[in-house]
Design a protein around this ligand. Structure first.
Ligand SMILES: Cc1cc2nc3c(=O)[nH]c(=O)nc-3n(C[C@H](O)[C@H](O)[C@H](O)COP(=O)(O)OP(=O)(O)OC[C@H]3O[C@@H](n4cnc5c(N)ncnc54)[C@H](O)[C@@H]3O)c2cc1C
Length: 369
């Protein structure tokens, strides 16, 4: 492996996003990352670059541009058609060593969680896994710029890069506190980010047309890849799309006295809004719903237009996955349940009595009564 000095922070520039695609389909969470990278890069006055690996994937660059990428590096090779840890880690590390980005963001998907730590270890840098918030520490940097405003711009922009660390925030100690972590001595600063926590920006056709695409040579041989993908078997079961839903109705342990009825009521209520069914971890651990329904720190992060929590106490780990919803309605028979702290509308009562009344009222409203 080539010599790579990543302690000279001034050599590194730009916010990069690993643009995960599977079978030629860009993962939706990548657009959330590109949108966030744009904000960070604007604060720092640098470029946003997408790093796209695959076979004949160049066509995706336009969409990345539309959400904020200035440039997309494309590594096209049949050996990259399907993800393998060896091939992807090698190609990414080669490119990073050559181009030296300051920040590298990867979605915390199954692939991202595999790839991120492998690259970070090879590049001898730090990685904060499963982040829920990102920020750049620009205060000290801006103060420095003001004090040194007589310096030529190019000079001061590189001098003080050690004072603009990426602040990577993630839940710690079972979600009881949020830890903000920095990587002050090595570059790139790497983070994997939970899908669904960052908001995708607006599509911009002008930016889509302006994106610069640079194809990079791929130096990969069979000897570099120790595994071979024989077949890709897609999950046949239909999973609930919690992150994309506009309305989520979730059930918790509060349905325990009649689980079947509780789920039926929640589904009926969700159907009135064209929404989907979610659940607390208690509902999943009890085997009432499958794991793809779980909302929260170890489940999905959702921010629908409407989130209805039925018989959910509002533990910190549950709130971590839903408190950014636009409107929260909670039904709980205990008026001190913490879910009411984040609810816009709280109904204190037995969900088995309240939900049928809600459904009736919605139907009456729809019928114009
Ligand atoms: C590391 C870690 C990660 C975790 N990740 C997650 C996660 O991703 N998602 C998650 O949800 N949890 C998670 N948890 C678990 C979390 O701490 C709580 O245990 C869980 O959220 C509780 O689920 P619940 O609110 O359904 O159950 P409970 O806390 O038991 O609450 C049930 C609620 O129902 C109400 N109720 C009972 N009967 C009725 C009725 N008939 N009508 C109306 N209300 C009624 C009760 O008043 C009560 O408030 C995690 C925990 C840890 C330690």
């Amino acid at each position: 492996m080539a010599e790579f000095n990543n302690t000279n922070l001034a050599d590194f520039s730009g916010v990069w996003v690993f643009c995960e695609q599977r079978q030629g389909e860009l993962q939706p969470t990548v657009l959330e990352l590109i949108s966030e990278a744009r904000k960070l890069a604007d604060d720092m006055g640098v470029e946003v670059c997408g790093l796209l690996l695959g076979d004949k994937v160049e066509g995706m660059a336009k969409e990345l541009g539309a959400y904020g990428a200035d440039k997309v590096y494309v590594c096209d090779d049949p050996a990259l058609a399907t993800y393998t840890t060896d091939a992807y880690a090698k190609v990414i590390c080669d490119v990073v060593m050559e181009k030296k980005p300051e920040i590298m963001l990867i979605a915390a998907t199954n692939i991202g969680r595999d790839l991120g730590p492998r690259c970070a270890a090879r590049l001898h840098t730090g990685l904060t896994a499963d982040c829920t918030h990102l920020d750049v520490d620009v205060e000290k940097y801006i103060a420095f710029l003001k004090e040194n405003s007589t310096l030529p711009e190019a000079q001061y922009a590189s001098i003080n890069k050690e004072d603009r660390n990426l602040k990577m925030t993630r839940p710690a100690f079972g979600g009881h506190l949020m830890a903000t972590i920095i990587c002050p001595r090595f570059r790139p600063q790497m983070a994997t980010v939970r899908p669904g926590v960052l908001k995708k920006g607006e599509y911009n056709e002008e930016k889509a047309n302006a994106v610069v695409v640079e194809k990079l040579p791929v130096a990969i041989s069979e000897a570099d890849i120790k595994t071979r993908v024989l077949e890709v078997v897609k999950e046949a079961k239909e999973l609930v799309d919690l992150t994309g839903a506009e309305v989520v109705v979730s059930v918790g342990r509060g349905i325990s006295k009649d689980v079947e009825k509780g789920i039926e009521l929640a589904k009926e209520l969700a159907a009135e809004f064209g929404g989907v069914l979610g659940g607390s971890r208690a509902a999943i651990d009890s085997g009432w719903l499958t794991a793809d329904h779980q909302v929260g720190q170890t489940g999905k992060t959702v921010h629908p237009k409407l989130y209805i929590a039925l018989g959910i106490s509002g533990a910190i780990q549950h709130k971590a996955g839903m408190q950014d919803s636009e409107c929260i309605v909670a039904v709980n028979k205990n008026d001190t349940a913490p879910i009411f702290d984040v609810a816009d509308y709280g109904i204190c009562g037995d969900l088995f009595k309240v939900v049928p009344l809600m459904i009736e009222a919605i139907r009456a409203a729809k019928a114009g009564k």
